[in-house]
Structures are given as structure tokens and as C-alpha cells.
Design a protein around this ligand. Structure first.
Ligand SMILES: Cc1cc2nc3c(=O)[nH]c(=O)nc-3n(C[C@H](O)[C@H](O)[C@H](O)COP(=O)(O)OP(=O)(O)OC[C@H]3O[C@@H](n4cnc5c(N)ncnc54)[C@H](O)[C@@H]3O)c2cc1C
Length: 381
């Protein structure tokens, strides 16, 4: 299927070819081992940085490539070619959710201290919002930061945090008023150190990613690490949601494209009852439906991306793209697994992992139900 579509230019397509080449050469061959080991090595970050891939949208002055969200969008799609949802998630969390708030809301000093080494792949970031008692209902977080001389003392627990074991710094949502809520949450950049403990979680998919629970016990954070305005952390959360959701939609489109291509090839080669699987109408029609789904997801996602890049506020379109693509990707992976028959259930086939990895999409970054709530409001219901 053709991937050259507006809003991408020739320059973006060249970036696509070089990012794809690097990923297929340097990362994809290790995906199976990383998944088995439930870890991918930290040196993947400096390797990506050496290719300029950790700073595509960031200005040159911080070591970035001076590109924009379209360049980043290309990478979001291509990361599906690693063949490990976990590795793509760990890299994606660093690029798409941990560092953007520092770029947008950080002081110059914070950018020098965190963004510059993050773009160089020397320090790895995580975003810590979710807690055992608060996921979709972000405003009800209970991790608290108490004001002390020169900074804050943080106590509480975050969970399901991507890069939660390896991260050198955690962009952390904390309550800075008694009540918390929409005007009582702030962000602190918490360095790993005394009082910060992580424990890895075992999960259905994304095995190479170190999803973790992180506890903070009397962690002192200097006032120079307040990110954005005090008590206005909700703005910071909202500011990056659209990009996070677009990044997820692009990742799904990338994964669906590859899955369709591989499954179509399998259906042409594998024979049953004297003909290729694709020679059976039911399978051929299924593949036709899946191709339609890939195309629909691509069009809706690119439309939202185009609006986002043009500076519109495409809340509706981004929300629809996230809602549509994550569920469609999961359904497509399940259908691809079915077409592979028993082989699809085996670890040695890529589709077994792809089907598990795709299950996260309708939950993470705002669940399907939350997307529908947002749409309900946006549609005046
Ligand atoms: C692998 C993985 C990686 C993650 N990475 C990160 C990370 O890096 N940083 C981070 O901060 N978080 C991360 N998360 C957390 C993720 O964003 C949350 O799991 C998600 O927002 C849902 O929150 P929850 O799990 O607490 O579910 P809940 O909010 O408890 O929801 C449970 C169910 O109820 C539904 N529900 C909730 N409210 C409503 C409502 N109003 N109406 C209808 N239905 C509703 C939900 O859709 C869901 O189906 C990660 C999660 C996973 C699984």
C-alpha cells in the first residue's frame, strides 16, 4: 500500500526511508530477544540520537533537528517496523510524552538540564500521571508535594508508567493544594534518587517495555524543578494530549499497514483445499475489508494531523482518530492472526505478538470510553 500521502512532502518521505532503513537494520533484528528478556537496552537511545531520531521536532539549539510534528509523525509510523510494541512504546514515551512538556513549559535552565541530554539519548524520561487510584480521572490523583524550604517533599505512588524502571527523570503530576483537582495539580521533574523506588509490572503485551509502579517516599525536589505554573499542571496535561493521541493513531496506522502486507503475502503463499488461502472468497473478502480499514484509519489520522500541524484545535478529529484506529488495529491484528491459523498462535510468528501488543491501544492515552465522553461533549450532547 502506498504510504506517500499528503501532508507529507518528498523531504518527509526521504526521512521515512532513512528511519525505516535504520530501524530494520539496527532494531528489528533484536526485537524477538528483547521481548523474551522483557527489556530493550538503554543504548538504543543514544543510537537513535546519533541518527537525529530523538529530536526531530526540537530546535537545533537543544540538539534537535529543527523539524516539526510532521517529521515526528513519520517516525511514529515507522517505529511499528521494530516489531516490538514494547520497544516502540519505550522510545515513544521518551519522545512523545516525557520530553514535550519540558520543551513547551520548561525554563531555559530546565531545557539545558533535561531536554538537551534527553535529545542526545543520555538521559531517559518518563511521564508519571496514572496512580493506583486515579487513571482516567486524572484530577483525582493523590500523590502530594508539600512545600518545604527550597522546594517540595513528594510522597505517593504512580503506576503503569512506561520507562518506569529505566527513566533517569520522571515528569510527575502531584497535588500541590489540599484539594488537588483542576487548579491544585502541578508538575515536578523528579530525578531518580533517594526515596524513588520502581518495580516492574508483568503484562499481556509490550513485553520489552519496562512498565512500572514508582513509589515516592519523602523525596526532596528542588524548586528549580517545578515545571510550568504552580497549581496549573492540568494545562500541561491537556497541552500534550492531542499530540500523544495523534502519535498513537500514527503508530496504529503503521502497525496495521505492515500487518496487512504480511498477512496478504501469507494468504497468497499458504495453500488449503488445493488453492492459496487468498483464493477462498471468504479470506479474500476479509483482506479487502482489512485494507479498507487501514485506508480509512490512515485518511482520518492524516486529516487530524494536517489540522494539528496547521495550528487548528482539532480536538474532535484527533479524538476520532484515536478512537477509530486503536480499536481497528486490535480487530485487524485479531483477523490477521485468524488468517494465520494455528501458526498465528505461536510465539515464533510476528502476529502473535502484534495481536497482544495492539490490545493496549483502546486503554492507554485515554480509553475508548473517555474518547467517547470527549466526543459527546464536543458534539454538544
Ligand atoms: C502498558 C501501559 C502503559 C502505560 N503508560 C503510562 C505512562 O507512561 N504514564 C502514565 O501516566 N500512565 C500510563 N498508563 C496508564 C493509562 O493511561 C491508564 O491505564 C488509562 O488512562 C486508564 O486508566 P485506568 O487504568 O486507571 O482505568 P480506569 O480509569 O480505572 O478505568 C477503568 C475502566 O472504566 C472506564 N471508565 C472510566 N471512566 C469512565 C467514564 N467516565 N465513563 C465510562 N467509562 C469509564 C475506562 O474506560 C476503563 O474501561 C499506561 C497503561 C498501560 C496499561
Amino acid at each position: 500500500m502506498n504510504t506517500t500521502n499528503p501532508p507529507f512532502s518528498d523531504e518527509h518521505e526521504q526521512l521515512r526511508q532513512s528511519a525505516r532503513g535504520f530501524i530494520e537494520r539496527e532494531l528489528a533484528p533484536h526485537a524477538e530477544r528483547w521481548e523474551e528478556e522483557c527489556w530493550f537496552p538503554d543504548d538504543v537511545f543514544p543510537k537513535l540520537a546519533a541518527q537525529g531520531l530523538l529530536g526531530l521536532k526540537y530546535p537545533d539549539e537543544y540538539g534537535g533537528q529543527g523539524g516539526d510534528y510532521l517529521h515526528e509523525a513519520v517516525l511514529c509510523e515507522e517505529m511499528a517496523r521494530i516489531g516490538s510494541g514494547g520497544a516502540a512504546a519505550g522510545i515513544g514515551a521518551h519522545i512523545n510524552i516525557a520530553t514535550p512538556p519540558i520543551w513547551k513549559f520548561g525554563t531555559e535552565e530546565q531545557k539545558q538540564r533535561y531536554l538537551v541530554p534527553a535529545i542526545a539519548g543520555e538521559r531517559i524520561g518518563a511521564l508519571g500521571i496514572t496512580e493506583p487510584g486515579a487513571g482516567s480521572d486524572v484530577a483525582s490523583i493523590s500523590t502530594r508535594a508539600e512545600r518545604v524550604d527550597g522546594g517540595w517533599v513528594v510522597n505517593g505512588e504512580k503506576t503503569y508508567i512506561t520507562n518506569g524502571v529505566r527513566a533517569h527523570f520522571i515528569v510527575t503530576a502531584v497535588k500541590t493544594t489540599q484539594e488537588g483537582g483542576h487548579h491544585g495539580i502541578s508538575f515536578l521533574i523528579v530525578d531518580r534518587g533517594d526515596g524513588v523506588e520502581s518495580s516492574a509490572l508483568h503484562k499481556l503485551g509490550w513485553h520489552a517495555s519496562d512498565t512500572a509502579t514508582i513509589s515516592f517516599q519523602d523525596v526532596f525536589v528542588g524548586e528549580e524543578n517545578l515545571l510550568g505554573e504552580l497549581n496549573e499542571g492540568f494545562k500541561l496535561i491537556m497541552a500534550n494530549f492531542q499530540w500523544e493521541r495523534l502519535a498513537m493513531a500514527l503508530g496504529a496506522v503503521g502497525a496495521m499497514t505492515i500487518a496487512w502486507e504480511r498477512t496478504a503475502e501469507f494468504a497468497r503463499e499458504r495453500h488449503a483445499f488445493g488453492r492459496p488461502l487468498a483464493g477462498h472468497q471468504v479470506i479474500r473478502h476479509k483482506l479487502a475489508d482489512l485494507a479498507t480499514s487501514v485506508y480509512t484509519c490512515r485518511c482520518v489520522t492524516y486529516d487530524a494531523l494536517r489540522r494539528f500541524v496547521a495550528g487548528e484545535d482539532p480536538l474532535r478529529e484527533v479524538t476520532m482518530a484515536k478512537l477509530l484506529t486503536q480499536r481497528a488495529s486490535y480487530e485487524l491484528m485479531d483477523a490477521c492472526l485468524q488468517i494465520h491459523g494455528g501458526a498465528g498462535y505461536m510465539r515464533e510468528y510476528w502476529v502473535e505478538r502484534a495481536a497482544r501488543d495492539a490490545r493496549l491501544g483502546p486503554i492507554g492515552g485515554g480509553s475508548d470510553e473517555i474518547m467517547r465522553e470527549i466526543l459527546g461533549r464536543a458534539l454538544g450532547l
